[in-house]
Design a protein around this ligand. Structure first.
Ligand SMILES: [Zn+2]
Length: 156
């Protein structure tokens, strides 16, 4: 579905907006990857972030490991969070807890580009680890349907 600007609209049950809540996978990460058949033959690929909502894999005397998020690159997409129109880009999902995550470009009328890092024509928006929209966990069938629907928003 598109709005009058031609931007896609995505209905995801967003649970909250989290700051600095997502860690990158550690160097030399060797946890057994969690994946799901629903992600095969899609543009989703394993990225560098760990799921902040899942239980960790306990490792004796070492940092705990969490499932890795899968990512698709997208054009800007409109979505609603708490009745506020937001513009998001790049979607992520966790194959274990079935949540979605999104990077934010705009919150209501507030453009989130970082003025300090701004160069002409090259705006830097917060990375997922800095600011993330996090969804509720979905039931498997609903998650699978959303993976398939959002896969259509991927830019290759
Ligand atoms: Zn998870």
């Amino acid at each position: 579905m598109s709005d009058s600007n031609g931007m896609h609209r995505l209905d995801v049950k967003w649970q909250g907006l989290f700051k600095d809540s997502i860690d990158s996978k550690p160097v030399g990460y060797n946890g057994s990857p969690v994946t799901d058949r629903a992600l095969s033959d899609t543009a989703y690929y394993e990225c560098a972030y760990m799921c902040p909502a899942c239980d960790e894999t306990k490792r004796f005397a070492r940092k705990p490991l969490y499932p890795i998020l899968f990512k698709i690159k997208t054009e800007p997409i409109m979505t609603k969070f708490n009745d506020t129109d937001c513009v998001i880009f790049n979607l992520f999902t966790c194959p274990k807890c079935h949540r979605f995550f999104a990077s934010l470009k705009q919150f209501g009328t507030l453009d989130l580009r970082d003025e300090q890092l701004m160069k002409p024509g090259n705006y830097i928006y917060p990375a997922l680890r800095e600011l993330a929209l996090i969804s509720e966990p979905y039931g498997y069938d609903e998650w699978k349907a959303l993976v398939s629907k959002t896969n259509g928003l991927a830019i290759m």
